[in-house]
Design a protein around this ligand. Structure first.
Ligand code: 5GP
Length: 194
């Protein structure tokens, strides 16, 4: 997706050989025009899958997911990373390990919002080692819902998330795939293939 790649080049910040900061348009400040284009791109890639719900992770997955939900005409559920006063039981939960933060967090979704009738599209902002996506997929499985696939805004193709998901037979669609962050530069994979 060219608009996204241009944004990463012009406003992304390569923090190290493995971490890209995109606070300028996705992780802190949000660019609504870009988010709308991202939502429409997810809708077109997963057209025909009869998606009934989108599942993402708070907070950075929410903006692209809401725009995809708008384009697809389906509700969006975001898994919570911390227990809330109003979300205490009747939950689907999964443990998600973060390599960048070296910590495990439990993510939760109320059982009220996903059922076995649903076809769920999982969306997240980044794919690195696949742990967040795997946790979201586990929630879909616990609900005995169908999985349409995983949609990713930015994939770090040099990490093994895609392989982890493909091993489970999961379709992955990434809107930008970064091959390398070496020398302070993001270089992209030519095809954002699934
Ligand atoms: P994974 O679970 O695939 O290892 O990592 C994906 C999660 O970690 C995403 O939800 C994202 O929030 C965070 N993440 C991983 N790598 C990066 C990165 O390079 N930049 C940013 N901004 N977030 C990242």
């Amino acid at each position: 997706m060219n608009l996204l790649k241009q944004k990463i080049i012009s406003e992304g910040n390569v923090l190290s050989d493995s971490v890209l900061k995109v606070d300028a348009f996705l992780n802190h400040q949000v660019d609504p025009v870009l988010m709308q284009a991202i939502g429409e791109e997810f809708a077109s890639r997963f057209a025909g899958e009869k998606v009934t719900k989108i599942l993402t992770l708070e907070s950075s997955g929410i903006a692209p997911s809401v725009m995809a939900g708008l384009a697809m005409g389906v509700p969006v559920i975001f898994a919570r990373k911390r227990k809330s006063l109003t979300l205490t039981d009747h939950l689907y939960s999964a443990a998600v390990y973060s390599y960048t933060k070296n910590e495990t967090k439990e993510i939760s979704v109320s059982q009220d919002y996903i059922s076995s009738d649903d076809v769920v599209l999982v969306i997240d902002d980044f794919l690195a080692n696949g742990q967040a996506a795997k946790g979201l997929v586990s929630i879909v499985e616990q609900a005995e819902a169908s999985l349409a696939g995983v949609g990713i805004v930015i994939e770090k193709g040099f990490q093994d998330g895609r392989d982890v998901l493909h091993q489970h037979g999961i379709r992955v669609e990434s809107l930008a795939i970064i091959d390398s962050l070496a020398d302070g530069n993001a270089t992209f994979h030519n095809e954002e293939a699934s």
